[in-house]
Design a protein. Structure first.
Lengths: 260, 347
């Protein structure tokens, strides 16, 4: 079985969020990580590899420094890493990104493609389903459990008040929830090998069946009209007193605001 | 693509088990604002099996027109037949704007549809308006009028971006549930109902549903609560949520929680507030033992009054709280419950 896992390098917004004195986000002070949902998707692929035997290829689109997440994935157990990087691919929205990744994946044999549900920087959850559309294969989003059954995949798909047990013929694309599987750690041997592992680097010329008009900033139907750091509500009052005073304070405020 | 051909505001009227989701009415409400600005109509697109009877309810909330795609293949939600239904409606009727709820279903369906018809899709919008793009004129560049300007949070709620889709139609957005206002219901209102069936032929993209398992839940929807008593990791255990239950009972409030609590297995996922849970904006939000990760703040900071109780003076929740109390929740919460009991009994 051949599995392709799409991963993304993202700024770490969890825990390590830093603000400038004016309340805006201090991006320079933030680290980059492998997107958590993608890491769960990779873990799902590695478990299938452990259970059924599989070749796991990780692919990422990004700046040259995104090779860090490929090496991390290989240290966890992925077999091959592909970096898709090219100046003409920059500024892509989800349409152009999914076109790019689909164009790269057309070079590969695959039974399953796994992506994370969404990236923590964009939070769109769009690229996975869009790749599946371009490749003409089924998509199952929000997978919480994946099993292989002959030439099909059986997936528990979670949404709102229920889950579906779905069966799809492979090839199929699955988007994974971070809750799916806690990711394994890199092994020392894995880290050692991953440092030296040869990565495949592809550019525009390697993309199959994609027109220039669908790539990068120029190929993006959505355009940013404006962007700003969010102005937060701002701090109100804060007290640090004993229990009785604290309780009286809250009750007083609830009365002032006509809650009680 | 001749952009002039595309007219009207369309919304996906999501139903599950033949019950319309509240997001359908919210989208109609917002759709009316946009349609008024454009001098256009709002059309609800109702997709399912035996769903025609729901059209009147959509009309009562303001839909001028309802397109019904009714087919046995559409009984339970599946990506492919639903994507085919919406893409076919768009190709046939050519809407200028198409809105979908940013529900689990909408966030699966929207990208598939936008990729099929080749247009842009802006995810998880919290604000929509009609305006110019570019917003300010730029010499040498055409400024287009009557564009849909779609505003959404990114970076876990740290930044906000306004997006346009000037060269493709329809302009598509998924819209976060609980943010847009429904219009008042007009009993007896009728819409122009159009039945449309593009034909459904299963192919490799149709998945088979082996089983549907519904979670049994008797909890109130936290998005409808006027007062939420929300607990975080600091509550310490599932059992200790009892002190929050007691406080909620006195105030007629509902208990909700942060992601850490769900991850620890103390509370079910449908009570989770935040980026990967639900967006709430009650009159009063008690954040008890919640540190206030960005992802949590994104789901609750629009609440009218935020009261935070936390022993960590530097917890980020205090950055958005109207009233912050530094202290031990195990002492303050039970004492607050008793005091409120006494106050309310005295009234």
């Amino acid at each position: 079985m051949k599995i392709v896992v799409c991963i993304k390098q993202v700024p770490d917004t969890k825990g390590g969020v830093k603000f400038n004195p004016d309340g805006t986000l201090d991006r320079a002070a933030m680290m980059t990580i492998m997107n958590p949902d993608d890491k769960a998707g990779l873990e799902a692929a590695l478990r299938l590899k452990d259970q059924y035997g599989a070749e796991v290829t990780v692919i990422t689109m990004g700046l040259p420094k995104a090779e860090d997440v490929l090496r991390e994935a290989m240290a966890m157990g992925a077999d091959k890493g592909i970096l898709v990087t090219d100046r003409v691919l920059g500024g892509a929205d989800t349409w152009a990104t999914s076109q790019t990744l689909a164009g790269a994946i057309r070079n590969l044999e695959y039974d399953l493609i796994i992506t994370g549900r969404q990236a923590i920087d964009g939070d769109t959850a769009q690229v996975g389903p869009q790749i599946s559309e371009h490749l003409g294969i089924p998509v199952i989003s929000y997978a919480q459990k994946i099993e292989i059954d002959g030439d099909s995949v059986i997936v528990e798909r979670q949404f709102d008040d229920r889950y579906h047990v779905l069966k799809a013929k492979m090839p199929c694309l699955i988007t994974a929830l971070a809750e799916l599987n806690p990711p394994r750690y890199m092994t020392p041997g894995g880290i050692f090998d991953a440092c030296d592992a040869e990565l495949t680097v592809w550019g525009r010329a390697n993309l199959i069946d994609v027109e220039d008009s669908n790539l990068g900033l120029k190929g993006s139907p959505t355009q940013i009209a404006k962007a700003s750091d969010k102005v937060r509500k701002g701090q109100g009052e804060k007290i640090n007193k004993d229990v009785t005073e604290s309780v009286d304070y809250i009750v007083g405020k609830l009365k002032d605001r006509h809650v009680i | 693509m001749n952009l002039e051909e595309y007219k009207g505001v369309y919304v996906f009227a999501q139903q599950v088990d033949n019950v319309l989701n509240s997001i359908a009415f919210e989208l109609i409400g917002k759709g009316k604002d946009l349609a008024d600005a454009l001098g256009a109509e709002v059309t609800a697109v109702l997709v399912g099996s035996d769903v025609k009877g729901l059209a009147d309810e959509l009309a009562e909330y303001g839909a001028d027109k309802v397109i019904v795609v009714d087919d046995p293949e559409l009984k339970e939600y599946r990506t492919e037949p639903y994507a085919h239904a919406l893409a076919s409606v768009i190709n046939e009727f050519k809407p200028e704007i198409f809105l979908v709820g940013a529900t689990a279903i909408g966030r699966d369906l929207g990208p598939r549809v936008s990729a099929r018809i080749h247009t842009g899709l802006t995810a998880d919008c919290t604000q929509l308006e009609i305006g110019d793009f570019p917003i300010n004129p730029i010499p040498g560049r055409e400024q287009k009028h009557n564009q849909l300007l779609m505003t959404r949070p990114a970076f876990g709620g740290n930044t906000i971006a306004t997006i346009a889709c000037p060269d493709f139609r329809p302009q598509m957005a998924t819209v976060r549930p609980g943010v847009m206002q429904k219009r008042a219901k007009v009993a007896g209102a009728k819409a122009n109902v159009i039945e449309f069936n593009p034909g459904f032929t299963p192919d490799n993209k149709y998945v088979e549903i082996l089983k549907v398992v519904k979670a049994v839940s008797d909890t109130v929807d936290i998005m409808d609560a006027k007062i939420l008593v929300s607990g975080g990791r600091g509550v310490g255990s599932a059992e200790n949520f009892k002190i929050l239950d007691d406080l909620a009972a006195v105030l007629g409030a509902t208990v909700s929680c942060s992601r850490a609590v769900v991850d620890a297995g103390w509370k079910p996922k449908d009570l989770q507030v935040g980026q990967t849970g639900k967006t709430v904006r009650p009159n009063v939000y008690f954040a008890i033992g919640i540190s206030g990760a960005i992802q949590h703040l994104a789901g609750m900071e629009e609440s009218d009054i935020i009261i935070a109780i936390n022993k960590d003076e530097s917890a980020p929740i205090f950055d958005v709280a109207d009233y912050g109390i530094v202290g031990d929740l195990n002492k303050i919460v039970p004492a607050l419950t008793e005091k409120l009991k006494a106050e309310l009994a005295a009234k």
